[in-house]
Design a binder for this molecule. Sequence first.
Ligand SMILES: Nc1ncnc2c1ncn2[C@@H]1O[C@H](COP(=O)(O)OC(=O)CCCC[C@@H]2CCSS2)[C@@H](O)[C@H]1O
Length: 381
Amino acid sequence: MITRTVRHMCLGTRSHNRWLQLRFHSTSPAIFEDVGKAGFIIKSSSTNVFENLALEDWIHDNVDLQKRSILYLWRNSSAVVIGRHQNPWQECNLRLMRQMGMPLARRRSGGGTVFHDLGNINMTFFTSKKKYDRHRNLSVVTSALKNLRPGLDVQSTERFDILLNGQYKISGTAAKLGRTSAYHHCTLLCSADRSVLSPVLKSSFQGIKSNATPSVPSPVKNLFDEDPTLDSETIMTALACQYNREFGFDSPVHEVDPGDEDCWPGIQKMAEELRTWEWVYGRTPKFSVCTDFHVHVGSSNAKVTFNLDIKHGIIENCSMDMPTEWLPKNVSDEFSSFLKGCKYCPNEMAALVAAFLRATHLGTESSSRMYCLCENVIANM
Ligand SMILES: Nc1ncnc2c1ncn2[C@@H]1O[C@H](COP(=O)(O)OC(=O)CCCC[C@@H]2CCSS2)[C@@H](O)[C@H]1O
């Protein structure tokens, strides 16, 4: 299958951009040649999770999907991707991810949390809402794999996972349905680093109560562990071929750069929005944290109970309970009210704590206790 670079097909200026024409002048076949066709396959040249998710948004918002379907193939460097209505504190080990410098992304589709790295292939099937068919899309994946290796036991399930050997998940699905258009996207675990996948998908926090969508953990396996002769390029080519075959299209795989603002006007702003704290954390459904911990300073120790209500990622209510001989009640009360309005974010909290301690001239002993208390609170963020 020929791989083409869409950038080369574009004339370079916004006014001549073929994708814009796709949106605004989609009835002009002479201009379109390839993109005027009913089926189109693209593959991202980027491995940046935010850029790649932004391209999904861009296509969903800008391309007329009534007359054409698109298969979008993409891979990301290591990242965790949560569903639109999920709670990241509940779903992943944020502390470990921060230590590893691993990004967390919130996608616009629902569903659970998955781990991505270059050993994981993502596919997005864009269609009109009428043509939206997850079973058929997943049959493209399973047929592509069976065409490559007829001995593989891969089957899709009722919940739109794909299982290997009837028990190991190799693919998870999510979808976004708009008024007239839709996309279904799914993963394919080929050779992801499972020594990272498991620990990053384990929350390190306790005492979270929320109605956010929980993930459904499953035993996972990499496809290449089953057949080490496979590789990602071969799989992506097979997926593209099977997509054309299943839907009667004849699209080559067009390589696209989601960082190319000329090609996708406004995409950088979309990627920026996906990177913001307000989107990644602030979109978490309202939740509360009720936790207790022991604090030790020198020879003194105490049990602290901590209650927080968090809305849009911001602390709405805060109360803490501890022996008054350990920390005077007026100090803990003042600190509690100081935290209201603060982002549930370790960096922000550390800065606020420093400001609080500067402003409230506590004695050395109380200051040390406050630091200890705050360290414990921050460790839960
Ligand atoms: N990459 C990947 N592929 C398949 N299964 C995974 C993966 N990472 C983790 N898991 C397993 O799935 C569950 C979560 O399953 P759950 O069913 O809760 O969620 C999903 O499957 C969501 C799939 C989203 C697909 C999108 C496509 C493009 S952007 S992300 C997790 O706890 C692990 O056990």
